[in-house]
Every structure is written in structure tokens, then in C-alpha cells.
Design a protein around this ligand. Structure first.
Ligand code: PRX
Length: 673
């Protein structure tokens, strides 16, 4: 992909294979909701022309304690959906199913990672079970002084109590801010401070690839830093999971089990205004610290419900079991393990650990044992499966699968074809869903019974989504000309802001193209109207489907005493899609004198970044350099570094603004290590 100044982007990908929806798909899922492309186009048109009518009909499928007076109020960039309506998403996930007589049905299936004697621990929760556990924990939170609107930080492994904790927050109107368990203490500090959160829920440890991740230790580290900075944290609630040794601070720390033991299992749902905050989720941007994306109640609930229903074709009272392999610490887990799936009354499966524990066939073992019908994962995982070999899925009966999904980054056609053949047995449609933390739910995606799919394309906009490819002036681009991906109309699950930073919200999303939401991605549309995502056009890199700001990694590197300046860029990576390349200039006393010392310092810096941000941010390649290529005004010329890192250097690139050409020469000559 090359980017020109006008924001138009050339695409080099060409793909002609088209896969029509299988004739028997509808029958295999107990009836497809959308059965033809015509039906899709007709409904899409209606949803764009009359969004209020379209979304009101959908919202009526869910319970509201007070009906809205108006479906949409739109004053760019502020959207209000279901204005005046009151509801509770926890009610719609759980109580609504119980009230309609389905309390005994399976709501949540959980499987732990360890396999003592070859057997995993499995816990099943019916809607009644879930309600009991959620109510108890909701009462615990109340006892701890948590009230409506308070922000509760959750930093746990993938245990059922994580789902219970988030639903308990939603039930009492507290806002959750979930931090992925792979992040470090520093990440906890930043988020707790930004949200001014007083309560942290964690685990003693979390299982990951046979090892214990010391979650409570990380929280303790964070608490020390928080105390030093005068932050007043009230309590830390600790779930016992791994029984690893932990430190304990009397008065602040409480065992989950002890608190829950005495709690009543009765707790009414707090009626929430449609626009009351439901959760905060921090994500990386191109500048500064991660931003707290604000999602509210009603619109998010309706949108995740409908996208789950139509994109995964969830049908209650069938044998469906839905499995999304994401961690709940990311938006995918929020929307498609919990909030979108439970209201559709199809059991949602949650797996605790790694795909290669105890062996590379773990996912397929899970699919066959639980008879998973819809399976949703990420391209980076698919590429890892391919590398591990087709013999692993081949060992298992995957015939229960009816639909496959992917999310997080563009999927290369080769991985798409492998997925279709080796996992889907050439019978399952693949939904390649493009969306973002900010969008709350799927935005561009095939509908499995209607949309012919082409490997590598996320195809067509979902209902109510007015997506377009424009140039920097906001003019729509012709077919096959790359440009900026924008959304021109509000949709129910759109972010409502960046927590505490109105200016950054407007700057980031609504300033580059006047009057439109700019997603940060480059894309093109082909002659069919299908969208092809070409990747980020800002300084955000997408590593294994997870967003990292280059700035964040650079700050982590320069926070080490050896590094004076750092520039971080993305580079192609076989499994991760994009890897991280870091160019660092060193403080003179730390310049290594031998190959051994070079290798050692690189390892130290990688570990340092891991500690500052988390393991996913560790650079794949570090290069030491005397200087970084800069413009005369001092801006680092990242595009040159990107080319050097990817080895696809175009010697004809314009370097006329480069201040010192010898810097580039030296970098070209230096060996990558
Ligand atoms: O670049 C796009 C990529 O992931 C970014 C959003 O990242 P995040 O907010 O972490 O959410 C990931 C899960 C929803 C997007 O800006 N992306 C996501 N899905 C796709 C994708 N790129 C191509 N195809 C997709 N299906």
C-alpha cells in the first residue's frame, strides 16, 4: 500500500474468487434471517432512508422500562439514541430470558485451560444461575460503596466471574473499565487514574499456556504507584483462581468468595437512561496515552443485539453454541461474548487460555466437544493454525460448525481459503467483520445467508451504516481507487466520546473530513461495491489484531535510560500481520561494544517495553542507529523507516525534505539484528 498526500491510496490486491452463500445454509441454522442480496439491499436502503423507523422496530424486540420519546437526536458529533428511554442491558441479557420462561436454558459455557488428567474444568450457567451469581456480586459491589455512575476497573483472566462482574456493574448502573490481563501495571495505573476509579476487581492469577500470569502482583505494583501519586483507591476484590502466592493489604484487599458468601441473590436492575454510560474501554490512538472510549446503554444494546443476530445468524431453541475466541479485555469480547450474544438466547462459550495448550489442537478439541456451531476468531490466530499444520483440525470432528467469522485486521486471501477448507469443510460461510472499539459493533460485514463472499473483502455495510471511501476533501472515490474510510451517518453503537477529552474526540474522529466520522483506516470499494480494508493510515499499528500507538511504544523505549530517541513503525509479520520495528538512538555511555552486548541490550529493551505496556508491545526487531531520518522541521520520516523495516525500500522515494541523507545511507547499510 502506498499513500499519497491527498489521502488516496493505491491498492495492489486483486481477487476474483466469489463464494455464493450455500443453498443449505439457511436450513443448517434453523432459518437465515436475510436470504438474498436483494433483500439485503432493500433493507439497507430502508435503514439509511428511515433510520428512526428501522431502529425503533429492532429496539422493540428488547425490554425497556420506559419507552423512548425520540429514536435519534443528531448534532454532529453527538448522537443520542432512544432519547428518554430507560432500560438495563443486564436485564435484557438475563432477566428477559427468565421472564419468558427460559431460565433453565444454557446461557454461558466456560472451559478452563488446565487439563488435569486430560480433562478440562467446564462450568455451565443457565440464565437462572447467571442471575443468581450476578445479583450476589452486584450486592457485593453495593456493599463496597459502588453506586450508579462509579467506574469500576476490572483486570481479570478469562474466568466466568469476569462476565459476572461486568453484568453486575451493568445491573447496578456502575460503569466498567476492563483492562486486558496481558497489560502491565503501568497500563493499570494510567487507566485507573484517567477514569478516577476507586475499585479494582482482579484474580490472584490467570492461566495462560500452562503458566500463571501474576495478575494480583501487577495490581499491587499499580496500587503502590497509585498511592505514591495520591490516588484514593478504596478496594481491591480478588478472585481465587490459580492459588498462587500473593501479597495482601488488609483493609484494601478482599476475597471475592468471602464477600459473595454473605450476599443476597436478589438485586433489582437499575433503570438506566439510554444515554447513561455503560462502559469505558481504553484503546490506542496515534498520539498520547490510550483514550477511554465511552459507550452508552441503549444504542449499544440494540446494535450489538442486532449485529449478533444477523451476522452470526443466532437462532434460539436450536442446537447453536456460539464461540468467540477473543479476550473480554478487547471490544470483541465485550460485544460478542457477552452483550450481543446473551440477549439472543444462544449459549456463549468462553475459553480461558491459549490455543496451543496443551497442544496445537486445543481449539478444535473444544469445538468438537461442545459442538460449536458459530466460531469467531482473528486472522492472526488463523495464520498460526496454518503454520501449526492442518493435521491438528483434521484430528477432530468439526461437523457441528455452520458459520465462521474473523475480525481484527485484514485477512489475507490465503488464510481465508485455508479457514474455509480446513475448518469450515467448504460448507460454512465466512463473515469477515470490519469494525472498531469506537464503533461498538460490526460495521461492514457479509450476512451469511445473503452475501456472496470474496476472500479478503469485508463486503458490504451493515444496516444503518452509511460507509464510503473519500479523499481528503470528503469527495467519494470511484471504484477501486483507495481513500479514507468514513461513516457519514450516526449508528446506534457509535462511541459517545473520549472520556474526559472532548477536544481529542472531535480532533480524532470528526476533524479530518468535515461532517463525517473518520475511522483511521484506508480502504477501497470494488466495482461490486465491496469494501477492501487496506490498513491504518495513522500512526497506529495493528499487531495481532490489537491496536498500539507507535507513540506509546516509543515512550516506553525512551523511558529506559539507554535510549535517547526512538521511532517505531509497523513491518510485515508472518503470524501477527504487522510486527513492530523500533529504531533507537542510544545514550553514549550505553552504546554496546560487542555483538553480545548488542543482543543483551535488545533483550533488556524488549523486556522493558513488556513491563511498561505488556507483552504484545514488545518490538520484534530493534535497530540501533546514530540518528533518525528527520525533516528539516524535526519530524521523524516514518515512511522511510517503514520501507527500511519491511525491506521493500523504494529508492525513488522522495527524500528532498530529509535533513541528513547520510542517516538513511547508514541505516540501509547497517545489518538488521
Ligand atoms: O484497522 C482496522 C482493524 O482493526 C481496527 C480496529 O481495532 P480495534 O479498535 O482494536 O478493534 C478490533 C476489533 C473490532 C480497524 O480500524 N480491523 C478490524 N476488523 C477488521 C480490520 N481490518 C480489516 N478487516 C477487518 N475485518
Amino acid at each position: 500500500m502506498t499513500q499519497t498526500d491527498a489521502g488516496s491510496i493505491e491498492s495492489v490486491l486483486k481477487e476474483d474468487r466469489v463464494f455464493e452463500p450455500a443453498a443449505n445454509f439457511s436450513e443448517s441454522v434453523g432459518g437465515a434471517y436475510i436470504n438474498s442480496l436483494d433483500q439485503y439491499h432493500q433493507l439497507h436502503k430502508q435503514s439509511i432512508e428511515d433510520p428512526q423507523g428501522f431502529w425503533a422496530t429492532i429496539a422493540e424486540e428488547l425490554d425497556w422500562s420506559t419507552k423512548w420519546s425520540k429514536v435519534l437526536e443528531w448534532n454532529l458529533p453527538d448522537a443520542k439514541w432512544f432519547v428518554g428511554g430507560k432500560t438495563n442491558i443486564c436485564h435484557n441479557c438475563i432477566d428477559r430470558q427468565i421472564n419468558s420462561g427460559h431460565g433453565d436454558q444454557l446461557a454461558l459455557i466456560w472451559e478452563g485451560e488446565p487439563m488435569p488428567e486430560g480433562k478440562p474444568e467446564v462450568r455451565n450457567f443457565s440464565y437462572n444461575d447467571l442471575k443468581r451469581e450476578v445479583c450476589k456480586f452486584a450486592n457485593v459491589l453495593k456493599d463496597q460503596g459502588v453506586t450508579k455512575g462509579d467506574i469500576v476497573t476490572i483486570y481479570m483472566g478469562m474466568v466466568p466471574e469476569l462476565t459476572i462482574a461486568m453484568l453486575a456493574c451493568a445491573r447496578i448502573g456502575a460503569v466498567h473499565s476492563i483492562i486486558f490481563g496481558g497489560f502491565s501495571a503501568q497500563a493499570i495505573v494510567d487507566r485507573v487514574v484517567d477514569a478516577n476509579s476507586k475499585t479494582i476487581i482482579t484474580c490472584d492469577g490467570g492461566y495462560r499456556r500452562g503458566k500463571v500470569v501474576p495478575l494480583k502482583d501487577n495490581v499491587d505494583d499499580a496500587c503502590t504507584q497509585l498511592a505514591d501519586s495520591g490516588h484514593d483507591l478504596k478496594s481491591v476484590i480478588v478472585l481465587k483462581r490459580c492459588e498462587n502466592n500473593i501479597n495482601w493489604t488488609e483493609g484494601r484487599d478482599h476475597w471475592w468468595d468471602e464477600l459473595v458468601g454473605n450476599a443476597s441473590d436478589n438485586c433489582d436492575c437499575e433503570p438506566m437512561d439510554s444515554e447513561d454510560m455503560l462502559f469505558l474501554l481504553y484503546t490506542s490512538g496515534s498520539t498520547g496515552k490510550p483514550k477511554g472510549i465511552v459507550h452508552t446503554t441503549g444504542g449499544y444494546m440494540v446494535y450489538t443485539y442486532l449485529t449478533s443476530k444477523y451476522v452470526f445468524n443466532l437462532v434460539p431453541n436450536t442446537d447453536q453454541v456460539f464461540w468467540c475466541t477473543a479476550d473480554i479485555g478487547w471490544v470483541t469480547g465485550h460485544s460478542y461474548i457477552v452483550y450481543g450474544i446473551l440477549p439472543n438466547r444462544v449459549p456463549t462459550l468462553m475459553y480461558e487460555g491459549a490455543p496451543n495448550f496443551p497442544a496445537e489442537d486445543r481449539f478444535w478439541d473444544i469445538v468438537s466437544r461442545h459442538k460449536v456451531t458459530q466460531f469467531y476468531t482473528a486472522p492472526t490466530a488463523i495464520r498460526a493454525f496454518m503454520k501449526w499444520g492442518s493435521e491438528h483440525p483434521a484430528k477432530h470432528d468439526l461437523s457441528s460448525l455452520k458459520l465462521l467469522g474473523t475480525v481484527g485486521e485484514p485477512i489475507n486471501p490465503e488464510a481465508w481459503m485455508w479457514y474455509r477448507k480446513m475448518i469450515g469443510g467448504e460448507r460454512c460461510p465466512i463473515v469477515d467483520t470490519w469494525w472498531q472499539t469506537e464503533t461498538g459493533g460490526h460495521m461492514i460485514t457479509p450476512l451469511p445467508g445473503a452475501t456472496p463472499t470474496v476472500p479478503g473483502s469485508c463486503t458490504l455495510p451493515f444496516f444503518g451504516v452509511d460507509a464510503a471511501i473519500v479523499n481528503d476533501r470528503g469527495e467519494e472515490q470511484p471504484a477501486n481507487v483507495g481513500g479514507l474510510l468514513v461513516i457519514r451517518k450516526p449508528w446506534p453503537a457509535m462511541l459517545r466520546g473520549i472520556y474526559g477529552d472532548r477536544e481529542r474526540f472531535i480532533d480524532t474522529y470528526f476533524s479530518r473530513i468535515k461532517g463525517m466520522y473518520f475511522a483511521g483506516d484506508g480502504a477501497r470499494r470494488d466495482e461490486r461495491g465491496y469494501f477492501w480494508i487496506m490498513g491504518r493510515v495513522d500512526d497506529v499499528i495493528n499487531v495481532s489484531g490489537h491496536r498500539l500507538g507507535t507513540m506509546e511504544v516509543e515512550s516506553a523505549l525512551v523511558s529506559h535510560e539507554a535510549v535517547v530517541e526512538a521511532a517505531v513503525v509497523g513491518m510485515p509479520h508472518e503470524i501477527k500481520g504487522t510486527g513492530i520495528a523500533a529504531f533507537c538512538t542510544l545514550e553514549p555511555h550505553h552504546v554496546p561494544n560487542s555483538d553480545d552486548e548488542v543482543a543483551k541490550l535488545k533483550e533488556i529493551l524488549r523486556a522493558h517495553v513488556g513491563k511498561e505496556i505488556g507483552a504484545i508491545a514488545k518490538p520484534d526487531v530493534i535497530r540501533f542507529t546514530d540518528a533518525l531520518p528527520k525533516t528539516r522541521s524535526g519530524k521523524i520520516m516514518r515512511r522511510l523507516l517503514r520501507d527500511i523495516a519491511s525491506g521493500s525500500e523504494d529508492k525513488t522515494q522522495d527524500t528532498s525534505t530529509l535533513e541528513d541523507l547520510s542517516v538513511l545511507e547508514k541505516l540501509r547499510e547497517s545489518e538488521e539484528g
